[in-house]
Design a protein around this ligand. Sequence first.
Ligand SMILES: NC(=O)c1ccc[n+]([C@@H]2O[C@H](COP(=O)([O-])OP(=O)(O)OC[C@H]3O[C@@H](n4cnc5c(N)ncnc54)[C@H](O)[C@@H]3O)[C@@H](O)[C@H]2O)c1
Length: 247
Amino acid sequence: MNRFINKVALVTGAASGVGRATAKQMVQEGAHVFGIDINKEGLQSVADDLGDQFFPETVDIRDRKSCHEAVDACVERFGSLDIVANVAGVVRSHHATDVDEDTWRLIMGVNLDGMFWITQAAIPHLKKSAGNIVNVASNAGFMGQAYTVPYCAAKGAVINMTRALAMEYIKSDIRINAIAPGGMKTAMTENWSAPDDIDFELMRSYTGFRGMAEPETAANAICWMASDEAGRCNGSILSVDGGLTAA
Ligand SMILES: NC(=O)c1ccc[n+]([C@@H]2O[C@H](COP(=O)([O-])OP(=O)(O)OC[C@H]3O[C@@H](n4cnc5c(N)ncnc54)[C@H](O)[C@@H]3O)[C@@H](O)[C@H]2O)c1
């Protein structure tokens, strides 16, 4: 498929997992991709893999000014902006009473603030290109999950932020959607650690029946949502979780 010929995409979290898989698929389908991540080495390895169509930019998306500068740098480099994939995210697992201020700010800063700062900076450019945004939420945005209260709060906010943005720009040509994946085999889950004394019974309802997916399953959904094939989707939240949230 060549759905992204002559398109410019900005992808956050591009160094790893879903962001990396999304950047790869978009490049393979013709896009120029401006890949943002806090992980410089990871970004460089993606650049080595994808070649000239991928440009790496090390950015901490928790910082508003850095996000605006990154969007400007993307447009300066490639001349326009058609697609934003807000993929970067972090999770931590704690008893709610043990969440300290730094952890709360980290989870909100990466999963929610950064997504909003990138979006805010991108909208004027997307208005010119009739472009679109795909945010990565999670099944955790729909379900109450024990031991990841800040993450659930941030992902729930991502879902309603997506809908609110879609409404605010509904008279323009911009589309703003989200996907909500379930568990995938990425660095996020490989490095996941939880307090020793958690009650696994509480987690049974969201471990699902179909195991962990590959990050490409979410990347495929992001690419479809970002393509003209999804032209009628706006303010949509697409679950990509093997039925986890169907119950
Ligand atoms: N893996 C899962 O099971 C799962 C399930 C549902 C939703 N998600 C969501 O999918 C998205 C991608 O996660 P993943 O599984 O690919 O994880 P990942 O850890 O492989 O990738 C996340 C990327 O975000 C980057 N990042 C972290 N903090 C950043 C910051 N301050 N500024 C810029 N970049 C930063 C990381 O360096 C990393 O490259 C996240 O939004 C995550 O919440 C993941």
